[in-house]
Design a protein around this ligand. Sequence first.
Ligand SMILES: Cc1ncc(COP(=O)(O)O)c(C=O)c1O
Length: 425
Amino acid sequence: MASSAHIIFDDTAERVATRVTKMRPSAVRNLFAAATRDDIISLSGGMPDVSLLPAAAVKKATRAALEESRPQALQYGSTDGRVETRAVLCGLMRDIGVRTKPEDLMLTSGAQEALDLIAKTFINPGDIILTEGPTYLGALQAFSAYEPDVHCVPFDAEGMRMDLLEAELKTIGAHNPRLKFLYTIPNFQNPGGVTMSPARRRRLIELANEYGFMVVEDDPYGRLRYDGGHVLPLRALSDKVVYLGTVSKVFAPGLRLGWIVAPAGVLAKINLVKQGTDLCGSAFNQIVVEHYFTDTPWQRTLQKFVSTYKVRRDAMLTALDRYFPPEVTWTRPEGGFFVWVTLPAYMDTTSLLADALEAGVTFVPGDGFWPDGKRGRNCMRIAFCYESPENIDEAIRRLAEVIEDQLELYRAFIAAGAIREDVEM
Ligand SMILES: Cc1ncc(COP(=O)(O)O)c(C=O)c1O
């Protein structure tokens, strides 16, 4: 065979829609290839450890879908999703303090599809979206297809800064029709790891009422809490909030099952848009989820997830305290999967990643979590969900060495007056 199969002539470049040319590939997806090398310890992906799922429970749920409900499982379903599945998910919502009925919910292909559907339904080019800065890069990817102007509000250890949000809102103006929504991940934020305090949640709802904007609450990690008490979701404080849930982190991401809780008017519009996207989600997967959350000891499995991730989170925080140099700071998450690390302003984590890969460690450079890709260059997201405590300790030790090597170099430059300490490179 000639090797011409490798030469790809792309004559479509000029025909591609402007919105696609503006989209950036996900740094995490690009890293997945490297992360599967045997010698690499991956701190990059936010992948749940599905090996913790009891095989018997998964088999039971899957077999029930095939044996008890085969005709429905293999058929098209309604765009909103099976009412039985939605009723089961209402039970999960009740556990976290939110009262819903099946008609308040729509099922989606993971929370990711929900982000795309909401963006497709509401955003015109140039519309304003508010988010935490940095924020989940998959949300930025989903939004960017519809060309919004994303304004980022910084967070601290108590979540999004409400004083800075209010200042931003004053500039945008009350009831500005161009402000489409505020997107937030209040629990164990991705990538920040921080949780919005109850007081700030109340303030956010007050501001949403005062300035007239919609709040989109993305909550994939809320049930993975390792310290402290449960904090009520924003949706429990206001039924105008659009809440996104998913089974990805409490069951399995391979099922691709998420849901939207929203006011009827919002759901009706999203329903229209979803019809054009995929007609309906997978009934088979919906039935598996239904059985998993009714016929298996899923709460015990969730406890196993929580206790395992807690040990890994502790291993990471202990290793950071032990190995990382004093110039570096990081967040201390009470749950979820991620720690956000900030290096001195003059450092660049994308170039650091090349050295880290050589040392056998991956992480996600910080710039991907900003809409312009320019901020966060001295930051990185490290995930503790997937590797063993021993591997996490080893990865942080190696990463500390790589950082220390670069710091040495910069210290020499700073001493020689070649660069300033407070300047981002
Ligand atoms: C904040 C956030 N939202 C949404 C998603 C997407 O989740 P799903 O697997 O349900 O599509 C993720 C996945 O990691 C996430 O971290």
